[in-house]
Design a protein around this ligand. Structure first.
Ligand code: FAD
Ligand code: SF4
Length: 360
């Protein structure tokens, strides 16, 4: 597939790309040409991006084009449009849902099996973005969306470890309401904003990755990296690695699930806090529990220790309060995010009440 020049775009001249596969910003700008390719098969697309450190994939474009062309916080020399690749199907085999990375949010939300067996997944999709965006936005792109941290997305802010490694973190000392309290530290408190990833992480979903050297499967719980000293490195993906499928083991029949999203307004808004819960209750006892949190983590947050509190315990509000306390045991807060600790606890208790139907 020949490359063609797409357009001119503003490009910073501090140069270089980070290991998360996203370019860094610079303060001065020059005009440069952006190459564009739209291959028809996966191997060609992977080769195009693997062999060029200035290249990246373009799926629905709802994040990538904002960052590149509108906000100017990443710089790229080549966009490889993957929307023609045959990765759109959604199938079920042996109780596992296989989602092509190019299926849209809307297509997945419309699947009857999702409604029947994992309604929290549908809730998470339908409470995200807007109908227009959900028609364009892909599942792979959703999992790889970048943080909404205002300092990261404002190229005039010179201090941001994620954008300019080693520069510091503006959010820890500034207004930071939409930021994380779990998996955060003074280096970065950027929130992972995907609702879908929270719902999937609760179900032990995994991603199939196609790279230059072959395929591999990575559980979603191991896919995202805590910021630590390298907030700019966000996932285990290397240059050119493409998510091809997401596999979701469906929970046992009889499991009830819900995604509860608390936000400033009821549509078109990111979560302040959220919780995905799936419970299998037998004779009033919780036989199996899955719990994941959004709006609070630097990565989609699986609340494993809280699940241990829930499993084998009576489905009661006391149990839910104990689980919520454990889930929020070691938060890292700044003045702007301190309110989230109590809000997240209440979100957990409420979603568990809703799923279980418990009144006491
Ligand atoms: P693109 O923008 O095309 O790509 C995003 C990133 O993923 C890029 O880095 C690209 O290179 C990479 N990429 C894409 N596909 C692959 C692949 N298969 N393999 C490897 N890399 C890939 N999300 C929520 O969860 N909840 C919300 O409430 C919400 N609200 C939003 C509100 C607004 C106004 C906007 C603009 C977005 C919102 N989003 C929300 C985020 C939205 O869901 C994502 O922008 C979208 O899912 C990204 O998918 P895309 O196909 O457009 O990805
Ligand atoms: Fe940058 Fe992370 Fe700090 Fe936001 S929270 S300013 S992304 S380092």
């Amino acid at each position: 597939m020949p490359l063609r020049r797409l357009s001119e775009h503003r490009r910073g001249n501090s140069g270089g790309r980070d290991q998360s596969g996203h370019g860094q910003t610079g303060e001065q700008t020059t005009m440069s040409l952006l190459e564009y390719a739209r291959p028809n098969d996966v191997a060609e697309a992977v080769a195009l991006v693997s062999n060029d450190p200035d290249a990246a994939y373009l799926a629905g474009g709802t994040t990538q084009l904002d960052l590149l062309l509108k906000d100017g916080v990443i710089q790229l020399g080549k966009l490889v449009d993957i929307t023609r690749l045959p990765l759109r199907g959604i199938t079920v085999a042996r109780d596992t849902l296989r989602i092509g990375a190019l299926a849209t949010m809307d297509e997945l939300a419309s699947e009857p099996i999702v409604h029947e067996r994992a309604p929290h997944l549908r809730d998470a999709l339908l409470t995200g973005a807007s109908q227009q965006l959900r028609n364009m936005a892909t599942i792979g792109g959703n999992l790889l969306q970048r943080t909404r941290c205002r300092y990261f997305r404002d190229r005039s802010v010179p201090v941001c470890n994620k954008r300019i490694p080693g520069s510091g973190c503006s959010a820890v000392n500034g207004p930071a309401r939409m930021h994380a309290i779990l998996g955060a530290d003074q280096n970065c408190i950027a929130l992972h904003a995907s609702d879908l990833a929270v719902a999937l992480v609760a179900l032990d979903a995994s991603v199939q990755i196609q790279g230059r050297d072959g395929q591999r499967v990575v559980p979603l719980t191991e896919f995202y990296l805590l910021p630590g000293k390298r907030p700019d490195v966000e996932t285990v993906l290397g240059q050119g690695d493409m998510i091809t499928y997401v596999d979701v083991p469906l929970p046992p029949v009889g499991t009830r699930s819900e995604y509860l999203k608390v936000r400033d307004r009821t549509s078109y808004e990111f979560a302040l806090t959220s919780a995905a819960a799936a419970l299998l209750i037998e004779d009033g006892i919780i036989a199996d529990a899955r719990l994941a949190l959004g709006g609070v983590g630097t990565i989609p947050w699986r609340a494993m220790t809280a699940e241990e509190v829930l499993r084998g315990a009576p489905a009661s509000i006391d149990t839910f309060r104990s689980a919520a306390a454990v889930a929020l045991r070691d938060p890292y807060t700044v003045p702007g995010t301190a309110f989230k600790v109590e809000l997240a606890r209440r979100t957990i208790v409420q979603v568990l009440k809703n799923v279980s139907g418990a009144r006491s």
